[in-house]
Design a protein around this ligand. Sequence first.
Ligand code: SF4
Ligand code: SF4
Ligand code: FES
Length: 533
Amino acid sequence: MPTFKLDGKDIPFEPGESIIRAAQKAGIEIPHYCWHPGLTAPANCRMCLVEIKPAANQRALMLDIVEWDAELGDYRNVQKPKLQPACQFPATEGQEVLSESSKHVKQARSAVQELLLLNHPVDCPICDQAGECKLQDYWLEHQKTQKRMRDEPIHKPKAVVFGPTIVYDAERCIVCTRCVRVSEELAKDPVLSVRERGNLNEIVVAPGRQLDHPYTLMTEYVCPVGALTSIDFRFKARVWFLRSTRSVCVGCATGCNSFSDFDPRNQKVYRYRPRENLAVNKFWMCDDGMLDHRRIHEGRVLEARVSGTRTALPSALAAAAEILSGAKPESTAIVLSAEHSQEDNFALLSLAKAFGFSGVYQSGRPAGQGDDILRHPDKNPNTTGIAALGKAAGLKTFVEFVEAIRAGKAQTVIALGAATPTGGGAAALSDVQNLIAISTHEGAFPERARVVLPASSWAEADGTFVNAKGMAQESEKVITPQGSSKPAFRLIAELSAAAGKPLSWKKLADLRAGMAPPARSSVAPESAPLGAE
Ligand code: SF4
Ligand code: SF4
Ligand code: FES
């Protein structure tokens, strides 16, 4: 791989890659506002300027400037090298780039910072971006001086509602145009643009429109300052109290990689952020996925129920074990869930095997809207996974499950998940005599179940999900199980043991060891730990 030198260090690069991206991949940050690895580079903020040494056969491009000479007590004519934007300049073999080690670069960064802050309200105490704001970080790293301008700053519109998800503060905006480019280049909906010139610049929504495409939260996510805030997150939490885990979005079969940001003090998940994975979601997530963290805390089944009455989990397990012990294999159905992880589904299949139940069916959430950007019409995260897991057991469809109920072949049902893919299917569940639902959320299954066992959600347990491309991806546990819930694979093991047939594994690691590829192992996603952009 070719290399160039950055402050004396060899940096490898792919042909055509910019200096800033190659440096970022090598773990070195060149400060930047307007550049984002997933967008075009307009080079308008000038924060990433670097000094590029001329090659042996080239002449340096120099600029004539005047510089204050304290000893002389006057200005004098000097020259300085013309600096170049690292975000637009391609890396070339043997090139020598100075960033931190150039005094000209340091002066330029400090000047850009001062310019950007001239009219900025510096309302950090009430700004949601505080704690993860590039203006704050770079002021400390590259400026550290008081503001010299004594004039009244320019005032611009504040708290402008751009659409159902986003609020804009023009005074905080540094007009980097990242949000404009997200709308144009990612969402393919050029609904944002820049109006006016100079310090009157501001971002506006196209006349007659709202910012309402399916990727609006990516405009807020890429905003390097607090100019765009998400209505979902603003004023809810201070980011320095939040911790993050690596998760996988369960909003659809794409399986976008994400960070789950949660407050360990109240065990609440406040937001998702995209996690870079070039093979799956690149740098992005859709609005549905970004807002899906709400489901961790809404509409949940948090307590066990027997015949509609809340009960302690051990009593519910005992009631379910009684049903299970009396179940006849020819009239019992097992329903796997495409909403649940491989581990949960594998556990249910193990139970089916232990009791000799051969009627194995699948369920999940109904299909929805997709697009050719990220969103998949299958709104379940693990359809491909259960297809692989259930192949040997002759996994049947939900329609066949409804037919089995009508034919009396599903008088006892043990079902994972809450939702059914069709409304008609939900009605058929009323004909099941003994339904045991192991559910994270309220829905058709727990509503009609004799015994409901509260399962922990995807955020409360480690789990593997196989996306539509067949990539098995692990999602880490974020918070402790809510209410009386337990991970579904644990509930299933306890149920099987209570009915007299303990499963062969005790720990998650043992269960995973029993899961044959490709249900688990398969493709290791490329996931660079570069943090937020
Ligand atoms: S709103 Fe944010 S992302 Fe958009 S131009 Fe302003 S600073 Fe950049
Ligand atoms: S595209 Fe699917 S997996 Fe990706 S963020 Fe949206 S809902 Fe989640
Ligand atoms: S990052 Fe803005 S000019 Fe390069």
